[in-house]
Design a protein around this ligand. Sequence first.
Ligand SMILES: [Zn+2]
Ligand SMILES: [Zn+2]
Length: 393
Amino acid sequence: MKISADLHIHSCFSRATSKNMIITTLGPQAKFKGLELVGTGDAFHSGWLKIIEDSTEESEDGIFSLKEDHENESCKFILTAEVEDKRRVHHLILLPSLESAYNIREKLKSNNIDADGRPRVRMNGKEIMDLVHKFEGLIGPSHAFTPWTSMYKAYDSYLECYDSKPDFLELGLSADTAMADTIEELQDIPFLTNSDAHSPWPHRLGREFNEIELKKLTFKSIKDSIKKCKIKANYGFDPRLGKYHRTACTRCYLIYDVEKAKKLNMKCSCGGIIKKGVDYRISEIATWNEPHHPPKRPPYIHILPLAEIISIVYSKGVTTVFVQKIWKELVDKFGSEIEVLIYSPLKEIEKIDLNIAQAIKSFREKTLKITPGGGGKYGEMIFEPESTLDIYL
Ligand SMILES: [Zn+2]
Ligand SMILES: [Zn+2]
């Protein structure tokens, strides 16, 4: 079986997250998106663990289903968490059971583990990895290239962080496979693409996700598929849309060429500070100028949440009634957002909205025009309507 899975989100117990990040809202919203499996996030937080235990039951080994979901209107869940280590590096952790979550929680060295859904711990990457492996979980760096809290911000190699190979690497919104495959040490590490969502609505949840081939929907099978690189596809942002993709000023957002930024000692002419982009960081650690994809590397497919596409095409806010109406019409007709974005015939989408069909076509055919992001500002997709005749050429 193949499933669409988003394995990194945060609950209502993490800082700056929506009050609606609760299991009973997440379950149905994930279905609208087209996700079969979502990581719970924050699985070391006692309040969140209680909500998970109260609102779900373990339907298969390591897989949690919403109670009384007779109509199958909710996604399934797997226990996941993120921790921040003493160098401020973020680690994504997948867990086999509630028991393992409680066991690890007890052994994490933290002043107050319940202070935040994403706990800060006084441990390094290796110590966290050893603990997670002892309880049969999986671990890898979260958003591995971002300039604030990532592994490659703190280290030049995963060995300096973990002392051995992580089980996977999460690419993050500002990088994709083509960028990461310029780094030789990542050749045999599986890549994950997850949303890191802080709200449950489909323009956040599942904005990046993985398509994974499984024998059966169980934790063991998921672990096996990740370890054996049976991820069939990574779906995610065009990295140019990420807010730290290019090297840019954090005040005026002017984008700088890496060499020029170095010459200016990272000071912008406006007086602001130039922040290293993911492009810069990868150029420092890359082995090759061009990507070298190993044989098992799946394709990386660029997508953007449907509501954001509608919002850009019509220059209206994502949450406006106007955008939500078109979104709902498309999702009702085709079954889920993933169906609309990836599989539905453009001719059918055109019957509902010609402009949206054109925008989706430009994603599918990789002809999208983008102003890249940097310095903390997201990139922007530029929509230029074409004539109706061009659409099927
Ligand atoms: Zn993080
Ligand atoms: Zn500036």
